[in-house]
Ligand binder design. Sequence first.
Ligand code: PMP
Ligand code: GLU
Length: 400
Amino acid sequence: MKLLPLAKRLNEVQESATVALAQRASALKRQGIDILAFGVGQPDFPTPDYILTAARDALQKSSHYTDVRGVLELRQAISEESKKRRGGISHRPDEIVVSVGAKHALFNLALALYDPGDEVIIPAPYWVSYPEQVRLVGAQPVIVPTLDQDNFILRPAALEQAITPRTKALILCTPSNPTGAAYTPSDLKALADVAKRHAFWIIVDEIYSQLVYDGFKQQSLLEVAPELKERLIIIDGVSKAYAMTGWRIGWMLGPQAIAKACDTIQGQATTNPATIAQYAAIAALNGDPVVIDAMRQQFEKRRTVLIEGINQIPGLCARMPDGAFYAFVDVRKLLGKRSGSTLLSDDMAVSEWLLDKARCAAVPGTPFGAPGFIRFSYATSIDTIEEGLRRIQSAVSELM
Ligand code: PMP
Ligand code: GLU
């Protein structure tokens, strides 16, 4: 029998390039091929012990459904922790929805906010899932390029130009995946001044906000422009700063009506995120910040080794990132070169070639809206970074 077709929305959406590359690197590793993984953005550290202990305790007492939006105790912990890190401005527990990772929190928002025909402004380079989630719900991503030489920061004039009567939301990510660039308070203030003259929703993904380096002064848009609070939605979670990617806990903080909408959607999709993971997240947030700062310091050291090493390889260059754990490497000088019969025609070809030739997995820039770049995650050991640099140097030297 002839099968009926899949939903048309699948024609609009692409597979996640970050997830696809991670899966490909793991498959090669399973075949015994010695691949160095700079692909997926997840800490290589184990989840800290104090969090594991809390999860074990939770196993004894918490094996049932919870409130769709997460247990009150977790939302209170999020509320308090956020208040400390966001200039004393707080969200009540009924303004918070905990989801199955920040990705899910963002997807709830896409379903809650965007109708077909709506436009959502997304500065490029962007995290791969933002435009795809917008497309999945039938809305239109409006991609606004930013400049490498301007640290990939969205500037007010570019934002202003992208706004139309159909603009429903702006999505910012700071510190950014994939560039590692972070918005200073004055960068944010300049955008807030534009936003104040318009009515769109502002979504700021701050999942990397605890991972900043060289004393970068991280400030949330909430603190810089508290007057925007009634239409500002912050995304955060435990995946990155607490090395808890697999626990799948992320959340939104925003106006009560938006929280209610996300709760309604989540209540029909997944119900609550895993109960044990919620208790682990409470422990994470209430734990000693020294533990997570130790991981941050390791990322900072790795960043310096990777960026300095990349910049010593002729043909490659990368900016020193302010935060997150990605090096965004400009490979444009390699384009057009040949390695044997392989033509390095674009960043996708360079990424394939690095996998084959240097056995280093790193994500091409095109799916992040940044052709000519490759993203390397440095959430991996110094030994791996040094070995990776040797392999890349040796592969690139054959081209030059
Ligand atoms: N936002 C950004 C910018 C990310 O890099 C990630 C990484 N996966 C997420 C959201 C989603 O994080 P998670 O679903 O693991 O909480
Ligand atoms: N955010 C990480 C990355 O960009 C994890 C993979 C994903 O969820 O996209 O690599």
